[in-house]
Design a protein around this ligand. Structure first.
Ligand code: AP5
Ligand code: MG
Length: 210
């Protein structure tokens, strides 16, 4: 099963992806997570991505497409994958189609998580993450046991300034992809403002019928 999780920053892509990984045993491919890991490890990729990410801008396509192509060719993607945060531009989507064609694969569904802008800022500024487990928390909706624990951190781009840019990038560069996939008959829209469990239920209904 080859899925794209699509939605604005903070729509809940990462939260749902981690649940689907458990259910289906296929990997989550989050370009954002890959860039953050590269930054932590101080690699060339991390150096290229950092300033774009901190400002809330998209990392250039030539950098991003290469890492996805390499990741999709790994053995653990043979039975499927969950793309989270990729593609984010029409060019990325076109390149993804070419990569998958070479591998005799296709996208089965694009799951769109719909959340209004007002909700986004609250979700993003309240997000906390566990360094050890990668688990995603929210100070109000899903608080970590001990918020001051050393392990819990806040992303560098989870502030009110960067989020304005991230939302603008989403609207200008990423939202047009909705029509791109709709025209291919692949999109399904899920109300992303429900409880996490209810959203998962809605997604599973769609995926289990594939
Ligand atoms: P990326 O890491 O992909 O960030 P994003 O798209 O902005 O999405 P987020 O991770 O912020 O949100 P999410 O949808 O995963 O939400 P989550 O589940 O965490 O990208 C970061 C940066 O990397 C980009 O800005 C760009 O610079 C670069 N980049 C990455 N991919 C790129 C690409 N393809 N091309 C170019 N550049 C790229 O949830 C958010 C919060 O809400 C959490 O606190 C969570 O607990 C809470 N929450 C989740 N679900 C619910 C719910 N149902 N109800 C209440 N709260 C909820
Ligand atoms: Mg995410």
């Amino acid at each position: 099963m080859n899925i794209i999780l699509f939605g604005a920053p903070g729509a809940g892509k990462g939260t749902q992806a981690k649940i689907l990984v458990e259910k289906y045993g296929i990997p989550q491919i989050s370009t954002g997570d890959m860039f953050r890991e590269a930054i932590t490890n101080g690699t060339e990729l991390g150096k290229k991505a950092k300033s774009f990410m901190d400002a809330g801008n998209l990392v250039p396509d030539d950098v991003t497409i290469g890492i996805v192509e390499e990741r999709l060719s790994k053995k653990d993607c043979e039975n499927g994958f969950i793309l989270d945060g990729f593609p984010r531009t029409i060019h990325q989507a076109e390149e993804l189609a070419k990569i998958l064609e070479k591998q005799n694969k296709d996208i089965d569904k694009v799951v769109v998580l719909e959340v209004r802008d007002g909700e986004i800022v609250e979700r993003i500024t309240g997000r906390r993450i566990s360094k050890k487990t990668g688990k995603i928390y929210h100070i109000k909706h899903n608080p970590p046991v001990d918020e001051n624990e050393e392990d819990i951190y806040q992303r560098d781009d989870d502030n009110e300034t960067a989020v304005v840019t991230r939302l603008a990038e989403y609207k200008n560069q990423t939202a047009p992809l909705f029509d791109y996939y709709k025209d291919l008959g692949k999109t399904v829209i899920i109300n992303g403002e429900q409880e996490v469990g209810k959203i998962t239920e809605d997604i599973l209904k769609i995926l289990n019928s594939l």
